[in-house]
Design a binder for this molecule. Structure first.
Ligand code: FCB
Length: 455
């Protein structure tokens, strides 16, 4: 048996530090064509034979679209400060341009109001990958027109929800949409072309900056930002080849996003490396991308280790691996955060996703997911370590509230702190959920006032 996990391992967090949980629309909602929803590129991708493990799809998922009240009650029982979810673009604008679908928007209004009634702050994401399928034949994110389409969609959602939500994230993980969606093709829309991928990343960043400007121009009061998936990237050995490969990977996955967002420029070394695959950039694009943000969201799961010849094998790391095959490495989160703080001028930071997939087992009606609980506790402590070193951290959210559709892995990988039995749609909070509830309660009871915390 593992020893019990202490409720506040090393740190007391400031009183206004936000603890939450996160989900995304396509992964939990189901109701794939209810009430006028249009298809997304993920609905289409799921139909490609072999694209998703076990041939799974998102048509029903956790049926959250119909069970949202029960799910909000679970959230309330956990006592979290905040809930991060995403708005499905094709649910509120089925074709991605033209008419908006009021019934779709009404769902998110109910959700936001239901959260506020329960004292939980809504954090919304506008694009968690489910682009309206109708935009893909016109080029999808590779087309510059999609930038304007996104800004119009963002403004519409901002008008309807912007007075009630704590924060609006434009995009979740542009690297994933760009590289996994358009370079390696393992995610929707399944394209394999590096030049397309860099153009997609540029359009995502540009539409982010222009959406911020447009939302502010219409008086939106929510805090505005973006969510990046970032990891510390290191060489497998100290050989010059491995070090050069690690620097390039850091350039492609971290600096390619941080530099334009916070310095208004793309990193030179990566630009040179890409040769003919660099994006088309118009005058004024970089200034728009660098529009100041109110927060930066970071998703952290593991570190990256790079060897020039591809010989690094995570299975030889000696570290515990999650069910995704990702190394458990909480120190990497502290390392990442202190590095970001050193190299860029940052707004308040939120960990917008952190969590782990493990094979869970029911025992006597409970799920004793000690490994997930340990993972979360150790990463929260790592956030506390970064906070103690002066990194401007404002919140932490667990991925995920519910077991859900884990993209190309389908339902086989379970990230939830609440177990979902997909046959019955029964929800059962796991030990990790109960630990997190007790942790947040204990923090709240013991939290010093903000001024005492910094004294
Ligand atoms: C992130 C995604 C999220 C979830 C986790 C495990 O990349 O943002 O939707 O799938 O990974």
């Amino acid at each position: 048996m593992n020893p019990p996990i202490p409720l506040h391992p090393r740190h007391l967090f400031p009183k206004d530090f936000v603890f939450g949980v996160a989900t995304s629309a396509f992964q939990i909602e189901g109701a794939a064509d209810a009430d006028g929803k249009g298809p997304s590129i993920w609905d289409d991708f799921c139909r490609i034979p072999g694209a998703i493990a076990n041939g799974d799809d998102g048509r029903t998922a956790c049926d959250h679209y119909h069970r949202w009240q029960e799910d909000l009650d679970i959230l309330a029982s956990l006592g979290v400060d905040a809930y991060r979810f995403s708005v499905s673009w094709p649910r509120v604008q089925p074709l991605g341009q033209g008419a908006f679908n009021d019934a779709g928007l009404a769902f998110y209004e109910r959700l936001v109001d239901g959260l506020l009634e329960r004292g939980i702050q809504p954090y919304i994401t506008l694009n968690h990958w489910d682009l309206p399928a109708a935009l893909q034949p016109q080029g999808g994110w590779a087309s510059r027109d999609t930038v304007q389409r996104f800004v119009e969609y963002a403004c519409h959602v901002g008008q309807r929800l912007g007075d009630r939500v704590a924060a609006i994230t434009t995009h979740n993980e542009p690297w994933v949409m760009s590289v996994l969606g358009h370079e390696t093709g393992v995610f929707a829309p399944g394209i394999r072309h590096r030049g397309t991928a860099t153009q997609v990343a540029h359009h995502l960043l540009l539409s982010h900056g222009l959406a911020l400007q447009a939302l502010r121009a219409q008086g939106c009061r929510s805090r505005l930002g973006i969510v990046l998936n970032l990891s510390p990237i290191g060489p497998a050995t100290s050989s010059p080849e491995d070090r050069a490969a690690a620097t390039l990977e850091d350039g492609r996955s971290v600096r390619w996003y941080m530099d334009p967002l916070f310095k208004g420029q793309y990193p030179d070394d990566v630009w040179q490396h890409l040769g003919g695959d660099v994006p088309v950039v118009h005058d004024g694009d970089l200034a728009a991308i660098a529009t100041p943000m109110d927060f930066l969201g970071i998703n952290y799961y593991t570190r990256g280790v790079i060897s020039a010849d591809g010989s690094w094998d995570v299975r030889n790391s000696g570290k515990r691996l999650t069910d995704m095959g990702w190394e458990v490495h909480p120190e990497g989160l502290t390392e990442l955060l202190t590095r970001l703080h050193r190299d860029w001028q940052l707004p308040p930071l939120y960990i917008k996703e952190n969590g782990a997939a493990f094979q869970d087992h029911f025992q006597d009606g409970a799920v004793n997911d000690a490994e997930r609980t340990d993972y979360i506790a150790r990463h929260i402590a790592a956030v506390g370590d970064a906070l103690a070193q002066g990194v401007p951290l404002a919140g932490y959210m667990v991925w995920s509230l519910l077991d859900n559709f884990e993209w190309a892995s389908g339902y086989a990988k379970r990230f939830g702190i609440v177990h979902v039995d997909y046959a019955t749609q029964r929800r059962t909070p796991k030990q990790s959920a109960l630990w997190y509830r007790d942790f947040v309660l204990a923090q709240r009871a013991a939290r010093p006032l903000p001024q005492e915390a910094s004294a």
